[in-house]
Design a protein around this ligand. Structure first.
Ligand code: MF3
Ligand code: CO
Ligand code: CO
Length: 269
């Protein structure tokens, strides 16, 4: 465990924003979050095994709900701030927070993000994946690939005592280079003891700016990337689902991460 007071004083003196003490998880908390992450990943693996054309997003909800319960967990989205289901299913131009429904049938060519958050013994794991249904367009394939590359580049390149802004810089740079745009309104977050903790993790940013990343921090990175323009709107009929304003496709991948002395460790993917 790091000497928080010493490191905080050192970086404050340099004028940097430092994490608050409660953002640094204890070894016990880290073990709990690691276990929650393991369960969270198993739930997504179960979705991966069964997802196919002809399935409704409600069926995905049932898979997530039942697998989570079978593993001794609780699906965090259910009743979270009134969210009615156990998972978010966001298809094509849905950016995030899609609500599973009996009416939404997956068809050949769709891309879908399945975002699972699992509570296990009081700790949280939060991850999402993209699935491509049958034969999808070249543009969709590229969008799904580039979005995951942006996240994986962060995992490779972000080291302790780099800044939050470095994360956004890496993601935005890679997506722009591929002529895609990064959604700015929604971001990653601290996670582990709660669902959404500080800090807010922006997916755009300037190198060397923002909060210093200390070992012991657990947070998500979860870029939402649009094939078209970055602008989004919220579905007025449910007050949850976010869509691209221009109707273009959107992709998202999310990991729960632990900052270690060596770099980022994936706790759930
Ligand atoms: N899992 C989402 C995230 O990555 C949050 C979903 S909130 C819900 O932060 F209520 F829609 F589940
Ligand atoms: Co999240
Ligand atoms: Co999530």
């Amino acid at each position: 465990m790091i000497n928080y007071d010493e490191m905080a004083a050192k970086y404050k003196k340099l004028g940097a924003k430092v994490p608050t003490r409660d953002m640094i998880k204890t070894p016990e908390q880290i073990e709990g979050i690691r276990e929650a992450g393991r369960i969270n990943t198993l739930v997504l693996d179960e979705v991966a095994k069964h997802i196919r054309a002809g399935m409704t997003t409600e069926e995905i909800n049932a898979i997530v709900h039942n697998k989570t319960i079978a593993l001794g967990g609780i699906p965090a989205p259910l009743n979270f701030e009134g969210f009615p289901k156990s998972v978010c299913t966001s298809v094509n131009d849905a950016v995030c927070h899609g609500i599973p429904s009996y009416h939404d049938v997956l068809k050949n060519g769709d891309i879908i993000n399945v975002d699972c958050t699992t509570i296990y013994k009081g700790y949280y794991g939060d991850a999402s994946r993209m699935f491509m249904i049958g034969e999808v367009s070249e543009e969709a394939k590229k969008l799904v690939r580039v979005t995951k590359e942006a996240l994986d580049m962060c995992v490779e390149q972000i080291k302790p005592y780099m800044r939050l802004g470095d994360i956004g810089y890496i993601i935005d740079k890679h997506c722009r280079a591929n002529h895609f745009s990064v959604v700015e309104e929604i971001g990653g977050h601290g996670v582990g003891v709660g669902f959404h903790e500080d800090p807010f993790v922006k997916h755009i940013g300037k190198k060397g700016t923002g909060m210093v990343l200390f070992p012991g921090m657990t947070f998500t990175i979860e870029p939402m990337v649009n094939a078209g323009r970055r602008h989004v709107f919220i579905d007025a009929s449910n007050d949850w689902t976010i869509y691209t304003q221009d109707g273009s496709l959107s992709a998202q991948w999310e990991y729960t991460l632990l900052m270690t002395e060596e770099g980022l460790e994936i706790l759930s993917k």
